[in-house]
Design a protein around this ligand. Structure first.
Ligand SMILES: Cc1cc2nc3c(=O)[nH]c(=O)nc-3n(C[C@H](O)[C@H](O)[C@H](O)COP(=O)(O)OP(=O)(O)OC[C@H]3O[C@@H](n4cnc5c(N)ncnc54)[C@H](O)[C@@H]3O)c2cc1C
Length: 507
């Protein structure tokens, strides 16, 4: 088994797009090469624009390459919640817009001949106790009231001990990386320019926006789309207080028996999401779950074992052939933010997909391209960045979740461990020269001590033992054990306080 690479990354040969090495002008700049950015580029090119897409690493190197690959309008028990918070019309609009996105994926994969193992199936949510069964009934009622073709299933043998399932027929699964690679190739054929290894580092607003890249290239653009998950344009609209980073784990395993038809997710915690994928005639189980607030798990490595045990028990999983983890952002009201960053701005964002970004990111591409061409688009209000979602009732609903501001204060007072007995592959928070610091030992006994104050908003980072990274519990910034920035809002690396032999440090 390879290190922590997703199954999708291991089974797709990626196109190598060049880096942007010169200054350039474009009508629309798309920043980010996941499903959101690539769909934006494709839709814009279809509408006659010549967009430029820049990606910090490679296409699908972010969350898109690490998903379960479910393309569905069944997003947990969301319809009863939207109906309760925003009313029946909002729930109906959510379903209609997600349906459009799902149809776009299926239609485009067919029209552009994208070989991405797209398969129609039924998506199920299952309850594990009477309370969850009641919630499913409520979701069923909400779904039926807005015209979704849902049905309740009793006495199903899979998953074991379930107390009822809610089925949405006519949904899809696919290979997410092959889909996005195929869509990018189609966008390029239509006139989009794609550059990888090109990281945007700052933006100057104005009629014409100036975006600087880390490699020195400067891009001038009339419209800029930040399809970067966490908007790298920090501070705008107080996003730091409106996006909640969640880390989730995935494994792929050989299926030996009991292959479940359809795809499944539970109502409760910890999440268990399972589907099958067929590769070269062999059935593979994809199992995802164990989500938690980023930077907030006592032992992150244990999450892979929990998923493997579940897959073995429920679906006779054999050898685990890939494992990975990834991050997505929740919002206070479970609706994403898609659209202009402020009412008249030509800067657009799409984020807060709450682990349902394969339809939401697709929808964002459709909506933002229409917005840029015509000045307006369907569902703009529902997903508006300016909606009043931090109402007291929403705050109440979010009680108990990680609060970025509280995390910032709390992290300053939490304890430190001893430096003694550190093992290879281990990371710990210690005191170094009187200050809190993070230490990591590699396989050769060399250690790196970092100032683990996040360079974004000064929260202290925690060690992620599954990925060997330093993660921010407040805003989802992540760094490798040398302090290099990997993901999330920070733009600067961490300060290295010591690098050398462990024996030198403790002598
Ligand atoms: C484990 C897991 C399973 C999931 N399963 C599903 C599922 O089955 N179905 C579903 O609908 N959703 C699922 N989701 C959610 C979904 O995967 C995400 O919401 C979606 O992939 C987000 O896509 P994106 O393009 O917005 O972001 P990403 O895929 O993260 O792409 C953002 C890109 O921007 C780039 N970038 C960032 N900053 C810069 C910069 N400054 N300059 C240039 N480039 C930059 C990054 O390198 C990255 O490639 C899952 C999420 C997780 C965590």
């Amino acid at each position: 088994m390879s290190g922590n690479s997703s199954y999708w990354d291991l089974t797709c040969k990626k196109e190598r797009y060049p880096r942007l090495s010169e200054d350039t002008d474009t009508d629309v700049l798309v920043i980010g090469g996941g499903i959101t950015g690539v769909t934006c580029a494709y839709c814009l090119a279809e509408r006659g624009f010549r967009p430029l897409l820049i990606e910090a690493g490679e296409l699908c190197g972010g969350t898109t390459g690490n998903t379960t690959g479910k393309v569905t309008i069944q997003h947990g028990v969301i319809y009863c919640k939207i109906k309760e918070k925003y009313g029946l019309d909002a729930a109906r609009d959510y379903a209609a817009s997600q349906n459009r996105a799902m149809d776009f994926v299926a239609g485009t994969a067919g029209r552009e001949s994208i070989d991405c193992a797209l398969r129609e199936n039924t998506a199920y949510i299952y309850g594990e106790n009477e309370q969850e069964r009641d919630l499913l009934q409520k979701e069923y009622d909400a779904a039926r009231s807005i015209g979704i073709n849902a049905r309740m299933v009793e006495d199903a043998a899979f998953p074991s001990g379930n107390k009822g399932l809610l089925a949405f027929p006519g949904q899809y699964v696919f290979h997410p990386v092959r889909y996005v690679e195929g869509l990018a190739a189609a966008a390029a054929r239509l006139g989009a320019r794609i550059c990888c290894d090109t990281k945007a580092s700052g933006i100057d607003d104005g009629d014409i926006k100036t975006v600087e890249c880390e490699n020195g290239a400067v891009i001038k653009a009339r419209h800029v789309i930040a399809a970067t998950q966490y908007p790298f344009l920090g501070g705008l609209n107080l996003f730091f207080a409106r996006l909640y980073p969640k880390r989730t784990y995935g494994i792929a395993a050989r299926a030996l028996r009991d292959r479940p038809e359809g795809s499944y997710i539970n109502v409760g915690d910890p999440t268990r999401s399972i589907r099958t994928h067929v590769e070269g005639g062999e059935t593979i189980l994809i199992v995802v779950g164990e989500g938690h607030d980023t930077g907030r798990s006592p032992d992150m490595a244990v999450h892979f074992d929990n998923l493997a045990r579940f897959a073995e028990r429920e679906a006779g999983a054999g050898e685990v052939i890939a494992k990975w983890s990834a991050q997505d952002y929740d919002t206070p009201d479970e609706l994403p933010y898609i659209g202009r960053v402020s009412p008249k701005s030509d800067i657009y964002i799409a984020t807060g997909f709450s682990k349902w970004g394969l339809t939401n990111g697709t929808l964002a591409g459709m909506m933002i391209s229409e917005l840029i061409q015509t000045g307006e688009c369907a569902y703009e209000d529902l997903y508006s960045v300016s909606r009043p979602d931090i109402t007291s009732s929403v705050k109440k609903a979010f009680a108990g979740a990680v609060n970025p501001v509280i995390e910032l204060v709390k992290s300053k007072f939490e304890g430190t461990g001893d430096i003694g007995g550190l093992k290879p592959g281990e990371g710990r928070i210690i005191r170094y020269e009187g200050e809190k610091a993070g230490i990591y030992m590699d396989g050769g006994g060399n250690v790196t001590v970092l100032d683990i104050t996040c360079t974004h908003m000064k929260t202290e980072l925690n060690f992620n033992s599954a990925e060997k990274t330093w993660d921010c519990p407040a805003h989802g910034g992540r760094f490798d054990t040398d302090g290099n920035h990997l993901e999330g809002p920070p733009r600067k690396p961490l300060k290295v306080l010591f690098k050398g032999r462990y024996s030198e440090l403790i002598s």
